[in-house]
Ligand binder design. Structure first.
Ligand SMILES: Cc1cc2nc3c(=O)[nH]c(=O)nc-3n(C[C@H](O)[C@H](O)[C@H](O)COP(=O)(O)OP(=O)(O)OC[C@H]3O[C@@H](n4cnc5c(N)ncnc54)[C@H](O)[C@@H]3O)c2cc1C
Ligand code: FES
Length: 497
């Protein structure tokens, strides 16, 4: 079941199948989200020949499903970075995000992309949240932000106060992507959609292989949110987080500001201007991809919470999206391997990629063009910063190992005796012992059977009852019922059974 975001529904798009992948380029950028498009535009503007390759269509990934707040107050991100690293690192992180936010504001002004100025809040739902929000206030002030504490928060339910930062931004992310695509094309960037990159190899030139031909480039930027390359072990450095979004029509402007709770369950709120009236966006209930019994239950819980606080709100859209949370809590933008000068990666934006993705694009294009931004150091790959993520990384990778084992053992309790799945339902089972387990599903009356073994590193997929997809609990690859790869580090679909 396709859950379509408000933005993707407002700007429907069918991928073009024009153009064959080929030729020799100064740069190939992989990924048509905010990070890839901004990088392609910056390189195109500098006179480089650039080819952008997108597996689906522009905006099909997380950017098209984002809540799209461009804020320097980012939940409890600054106190987390301060705790794991230092106040100086948090200050540099704010500089990177400030530069990116300013870049987007100027770009939107120059190209008539609407954006709204809003106050951002990190609010507390309980005592624990209040302590976290107070810590965020301290970290934000130490990083030079004019944040302040408010006891009264303009929400229709009681809170334990909030940190507030005025004059932040929110947008419709697809409007931004459309303007970036137009500008990139105007600067000579070739964009090819429906071209999934399967392999990037070699040096000077780098060979980029897709399912629609291959191209050569002096350098390649992999901006696919999580790098799919087997080098560098990127999948082990971050956890995949899936969360949910809902849009509602309301009689009056539903909220004045952009909100994120400091404590769980996470709740994210903003408004969205619309010709049909006021819209309220509600987000939250995130979890590690593939590791909850019922994603549909998460979505329904968010609906119940909204109905409690906005009883007259009428739902218009429901969707889900995925972002990646690096264990050291800093985004990545740099060479794929130490010293590599031809292949770069960007990602791990911890649900703050609307500014971090642009900062990554500014940092990488600067690196490729020979420029230098002091703040880019905070996003560099292969630096000692990553050591701070080792304890969390060790725990996360033990969890991945346990999931791998549990995934292979679970179907043993379901050894192929069951009836065919009902509509919208699915199961993983061993049809024949000694063979890989089968993932069987029935969607739209069609029963499909594919291998349950993830083509990335052999995890056993689990059924996502909200989106009717097979999701891998190890590193977040997702597949359609027929096995086609949807997102995550796997570049090939599940094998037909
Ligand atoms: C629910 C949710 C809410 C969020 N809200 C906010 C917010 O309010 N503010 C904020 O700052 N951030 C937010 N984020 C995070 C932010 O939206 C993302 O970090 C950002 O959009 C990532 O952009 P990207 O371009 O790096 O990735 P994407 O937008 O995912 O783009 C990557 C593209 O690469 C393509 N691709 C993947 N693999 C291949 C391949 N092998 N070959 C070719 N193409 C490939 C994909 O199809 C995709 O189009 C949110 C995230 C989530 C999940
Ligand atoms: S995503 Fe890595 S094993 Fe499935």
């Amino acid at each position: 079941m396709a859950l379509i975001s408000l933005w993707q529904d407002r700007h429907p798009r069918t991928p073009t199948t024009d153009g064959e992948v080929g030729g020799r380029w100064d740069a190939v950028v992989v990924g048509g989200g905010l990070t890839g498009l901004t990088t392609a535009l910056l390189l195109g503007r500098a006179g480089k020949s650039v080819l952008l390759l997108e597996a689906d269509h522009i905006g099909a990934g997380t950017t098209g499903r984002s809540t799209a707040k461009l804020s320097l107050l980012q939940g409890t991100q600054l106190s987390t970075i301060t705790r794991k690293h230092s106040a100086a690192v948090a200050t540099t992180y704010v500089e990177a995000n400030r530069e990116a936010q300013a870049w987007v504001e100027v770009f939107c002004g120059d190209h008539d992309v609407p954006l709204q100025h809003r106050t951002a809040y990190t609010y507390a739902q309980g005592e624990r949240g209040a302590a976290r929000a107070r810590a965020e206030l301290g970290a934000a002030r130490a990083a030079g932000l004019p944040a302040e504490w408010v006891d009264e928060v303009p929400l229709p339910f009681s809170t334990h106060g909030a940190v507030r930062l005025d004059d932040q931004l929110q947008i419709d992310p697809i409007e931004l992507l459309d303007a970036l695509s137009l500008q990139a094309a105007a600067h000579g960037v070739s964009i090819i959609e429906r071209a999934r990159v399967r392999q990037v190899s070699g040096k000077a030139p780098v060979l980029v292989e897709t399912d629609r031909g291959q191209a050569e480039a002096d350098c390649v930027v992999v901006a696919t949110n999580i790098p799919f390359l087997d080098r560098g072990g990127w999948f082990a450095r971050m956890s995949p987080g899936r969360s949910y979004g809902l849009a509602f029509r309301t009689d009056d402007r539903p909220v004045d500001g952009m909100y994120l709770s400091a404590d769980s369950p996470k709740r994210s709120l903003r408004d969205a201007p619309s010709r049909e009236g006021h819209l309220l966006l509600v987000g939250g209930n995130g979890h590690t991809t593939g590791r909850v019994a019922s994603p549909q239950g998460k979505l329904d819980d968010l609906r119940r919470w909204t109905a409690e606080h906005w009883p007259d709100a009428v739902e218009t859209h429901a969707w889900s999206a995925q972002d990646y949370l690096p264990h050291h809590s800093l985004p990545y933008a740099g060479p794929v391997l130490p010293g590599a000068t031809e292949i770069f990666v960007a990602g791990g934006f911890s649900k703050w990629g609307m500014t971090n993705g642009v900062a990554a694009a500014l940092a990488l294009s600067g690196q490729i063009l020979g420029g230098h931004q002091e703040w880019a150091e905070v996003m560099q790959t292969w630096t000692p910063h990553e050591l701070r993520g080792l304890p969390r990384g060790a725990v996360a990778n033990v969890e991945v190992g346990l999931e791998l084992t549990a995934g292979w053992l679970r179907p043993l309790t379901n050894p192929g005796m069951g009836a065919a799945p009902g509509e919208g339902d699915a199961e993983v089972r061993f049809d024949r012992l000694g063979h890989a387990p089968t993932a069987s599903s029935r969607v739209g009356g069609i029963e499909r059977r594919v291998s349950a073994v993830c083509t990335h590193l052999g995890g056993i997929v689990s059924w996502n009852d909200a989106e009717h997809s097979w999701d891998c609990p190890l590193h977040g690859s997702r597949f359609a019922p027929d096995g086609a790869a949807l997102e995550g580090p796997a570049t090939c679909g599940l094998k037909p059974h």
